[in-house]
Design a binder for this molecule. Sequence first.
Ligand code: AMP
Ligand code: ZN
Length: 495
Amino acid sequence: MVQIRLTNTRTRRKEDLVPIDPQNVRLYLCGPTVYDRAHLGNARPVLVFDVLVRLLNHIYGADHVTYVRNFTDVDDKINAEAQRRKTAGSPLSLEALINERTAETIGWYHADMDALGAMRPDHEPRATQYITQMIAMNADLIAKGHAYEAEGHVLFDVRSFPDYGKLSGRSVDDMIAGARVEVAPFKRDPMDFVLWKPSSGDLPGWDSPWGRGRPGWHIECSAMSAALLGPHFDIHGGGLDLQFPHHENEIAQSCCAHPGEGFANIWLHNEMLQVEGKKMSKSLGNFFTVRDLLDKGIAGEVIRLVFLETHYRKPMDWSEERRQSAERRLSKWANIRRNALPKDHRPFDKADIDDQVIEALANDLNTHAALTRLYEMERAAKDAGRDQDIEPVMRFFATLDFLGFTKLDIHQQQRSNSVSEAVSDVLDNGSLVESLLTARAEARKARDFARADAIRDGFAAAGVDVKDTAAGPEWSLATGFDAGRLAELARNFGA
Ligand code: AMP
Ligand code: ZN
């Protein structure tokens, strides 16, 4: 079996990945806060993890890999946008406007990341579905002496966790000196961070032992990863900008709540996508979105290829020159496919995928080396095509397929209205799906399994993906979603 090696930020070394359970390799990527479209930098961790998951699937089998990426759907920026719509005269309640904003942003995110050829994770938990687990974790941290309540807030006591700062290699005192920390009179230490905060008025809030409130950002990932992957799993990642404070705080929470478990074995961080030497970010205003590029007619696979050219631990820039070079490359591949790959070729098989490409990826996801090897294979496929030799051609296209290059069409029209269609599908059909899920739960409770299974099959036929998780069912609309079939299903089951 090929040995994967990854640079672990925690130990600052390249390490062998030794799965805790090779039957179930588990990984968690911090996902987006869904208040606005993803900018191009936000696509980088998604593509890095997409390559990693493809590699893990290849080596361990797709049924033995669990990939979780969350949506942070409770946040001040989401509330601010909803508030703006209300002030602008929307008749909807603030709650409905918040739901509208998160649903449309999740729809955009799916459409944009799908266009880049990124596979959907196995679980995409939303923070608001795991509030009970967050409250329980906070209560547990208080009981264990790692957190305290003050003025409706719950705060993590950083001095209670001697390893605080290890991931980023800093002591608490260094951090205080270097960081912009929020000074609040009720904090015991300036570095103590919020696990729970009060919610006022009509802002989203949940009842808790500390009053009506909402979770801090960091506890969301600790609670969701524990619920879906357990207290000890293999790989946790995100952009380097999340190393401190977000990941440092996740480690503190999870290790204190589950002592002796160890949380994530390997921490994987991608370097930043930059614009003129500065990190692309919404707050700096130096950003453009994935959708901006797609709308300009740049194919998703072109964007994908530009990203894969640079190793994930190196900073990278988006440039016109790189775009053109990726377009030339994809056109070449499309030409070879047209000329050399028979339309009725046998399906690609795992054994067709090139070993040297796999080895390059297994070496700390060296996508640049994998592409260099692919360019050699490209020449061999071209020559072989001329000689009517199918095997090198099959190997080349099977390997491209494995790397997520399947369309090879640089002129594909990225219809942005398909995105708004996807969003309105979610908004229009959400209540039908929810009522059918309730009908299914009732059928199960009444032990009418035939009825429950019929609803499950109906969902599959209508193109609604449903996953049952510890926190209840999660659903999303698949590409072939059929609103007519869903409506019929709802009529048949009185939902
Ligand atoms: P955010 O919504 O800001 O939390 O970001 C979502 C993900 O994108 C996180 O994993 C960030 O680390 C990552 N990210 C944000 N900006 C960049 C950038 N310029 N380059 C690469 N990754 C980024
Ligand atoms: Zn996180």
